[in-house]
Design a protein around this ligand. Structure first.
Ligand code: AHR
Length: 502
């Protein structure tokens, strides 16, 4: 048995939680859109062909903003193909995923779905094969109320009011050699700056995201951010981060410590952005849009899923359909803890992705939709984490990892809102031992009750599947006790826990 201790004090806050950090990401990829959110003919399909069972699950997750339509897909995307009468929309090759895009779900249909799931649209523009003009045209089509060719075209296409898109991504992963139109940091920085200036001339109210690195392990990481921000500092609001984690070579200990890497990634990008701020003598602060994060078994995609062949461009193939375990969900919950711990600088984030494609929600054509293990940390954190993140002093044991050296056995974050309610999210990374955590809440006035639930299993590789969709669920953690000014709770090995203090 291990012990850990932490203290909550509302006088010491990291910063307010921006709801945009509970964002998602829908890419035209695999069975995400077609045979995922959209399946006309499904028993639950509504009059637009959207699956109601999926809508209900996305609402249950509490997803604030959804990034669309890619991803790698966006770097070859012509937005005009996706609007207007459906029968006139062209069928195109999607070079990023070696698939066929029918354009039967486009901007209007997706915006309509967003209303159903109660989320806001975050759009990415194509800076891979296209440029400033096309970005401007999409912005005009989306945000201008009326009176120009493109605004009027939107109205004629059935949408009288603008889409009013607030956050825009200036391309996707432009540092990645796999990206259509991949560029050097110099070239991308100049293009992003020109495009941002032009877009703001049209709509000064928008927020803009410059592409950061597609992982902290890219050879250009750090220098990419410095160069891109030195061109775009005055023009953008955010620099993006993308990170995916997977268990490699059976090294569960390192995998469970993935959030240590995410912490380091965020802090490095903050340091780089602040370096550019200092060099420029600027008073403006650039924040982070962590607009792709998840557990993703990339090696499986590269070795098993990859589609090839000049005569082989399937529609909605089964791609990136990772089936998540308990251990994956514990790491996933820990990644959310990392995002929250940096709430002062991570003010937007998008879980990549939402349905079928590295997703918390799975569907079968003509069949059910179900929650993956990762569904639970997202929905519960989105529901309970309110107000501000508190600074924590955490004392816990440590263990040695192959990837990240010596790391804490426990990670945690706490939130506190104006009603006096608080929440604590914790992981126990030990594979063998329970950890009893004492949470000092003496500085929180009026806490009268504690409830807790944990995600764990004797089989850390247990998963939810079509055959057994409810194999893994949250379990009440009845060890949680409030006694005087302290809460004690015991965390099972390899577990994620949410504690609600009322
Ligand atoms: O989310 C899957 C892919 O990962 C995205 O298309 C791309 O941006 C990233 O490499």
């Amino acid at each position: 048995m291990q012990n850990a201790r932490l203290t909550l004090d509302p006088h010491f806050a990291v910063g307010p939680i921006n709801r945009n950090i509970f964002g998602g990401f829908v890419e035209h990829l695999g069975r995400h859109v077609y045979d995922g959110i959209h399946e006309p003919g499904h028993a639950t399909a509504d009059d637009e062909g959207f699956r109601q069972d999926v809508i209900d699950l996305v609402r249950e997750m509490g997803v604030s903003t959804i990034r669309y339509p890619g991803g790698n897909f966006v770097s070859g995307f012509r937005w005009e193909d996706s609007v207007g009468p459906r029968e006139e929309r062209p069928t195109r090759l999607d070079l990023a995923w070696h698939s066929t895009e029918t354009n039967q779900v486009g901007l209007h249909e997706f915006a309509s779905w967003l209303r159903k799931v109660d989320s806001d649209l975050m759009l990415a523009v194509n800076l891979g094969t296209r440029g400033t003009l096309e970005a401007l045209e999409l912005l005009e089509y989306s945000n201008l109320p009326k009176g120009t060719a493109l605004a009027d075209q939107r109205m004629a296409n059935g949408r009288p009011d603008p889409f009013a898109v607030r956050i825009w991504c200036l391309g996707n992963e432009m540092d990645g050699p796999w990206q259509l139109g991949h560029r050097s940091a110099e070239d991308y920085g100049k293009l992003a700056s020109r495009t941002a200036k032009a877009m703001r001339q049209l709509d000064p109210s928008i927020e803009l995201v410059a592409c950061g690195s597609s992982s902290a392990h890219m050879p250009t990481f750090g220098e990419w951010e410095r160069v891109v921000l030195s061109h775009t500092y005055d023009d953008v609001d955010y620099i993006s981060c993308h990170a995916y984690y997977e268990e490699k070579g059976g090294d569960l200990g390192s995998f469970l410590a993935s959030a240590v890497d995410m912490d380091h990634f965020i802090e490095s990008v903050v340091a780089t952005a602040d370096h550019v701020k200092a060099v420029r003598g600027s008073t403006k602060t650039i924040n982070i849009s962590f607009d792709e994060w998840n557990v993703w078994y990339i090696s499986r995609f590269e070795n098993v899923d990859k589609i090839e062949g000049l005569d082989n461009w399937p529609v909605a193939p089964r791609l990136l359909e990772d089936c998540y375990s308990v251990a994956d969900a514990v790491v996933f919950g820990n990644l959310m803890i990392s995002l929250l711990k940096h709430a002062d600088r991570v003010t937007s984030a998008s879980l990549a992705q939402l349905v079928n494609v590295i997703a918390p929600i799975m569907t079968e054509p003509g069949g059910p939709a179900w929650r993956q293990t990762t569904f639970f940390p997202f929905s519960i954190t989105s529901k309970l984490a309110r107000g501000s993140v508190l600074e924590l002093k955490l004392d816990a044991g440590t263990y040695e990892t192959g990837e990240y050296g010596v790391v804490p056995l426990v990670d945690a974050v706490a939130t506190h809102d104006a009603t006096g309610a608080a929440a604590v999210f914790l992981v126990n990374r030990s594979q063998t031992e329970e950890t009893t955590v004492t949470i000092d809440v003496a500085a929180l006035p009026g806490i009268t009750g504690v409830t807790a639930e944990s995600l764990y299993d004797t089989d850390v590789y247990a998963r939810n599947t079509l055959e057994e969709p409810d194999r893994v669920t949250m379990r009440p953690n009845t060890s949680a006790k409030l006694d005087g000014g302290a809460v004690t709770i015991t965390l099972p090995p390899v577990s994620w826990t949410a504690v609600a203090l009322a």
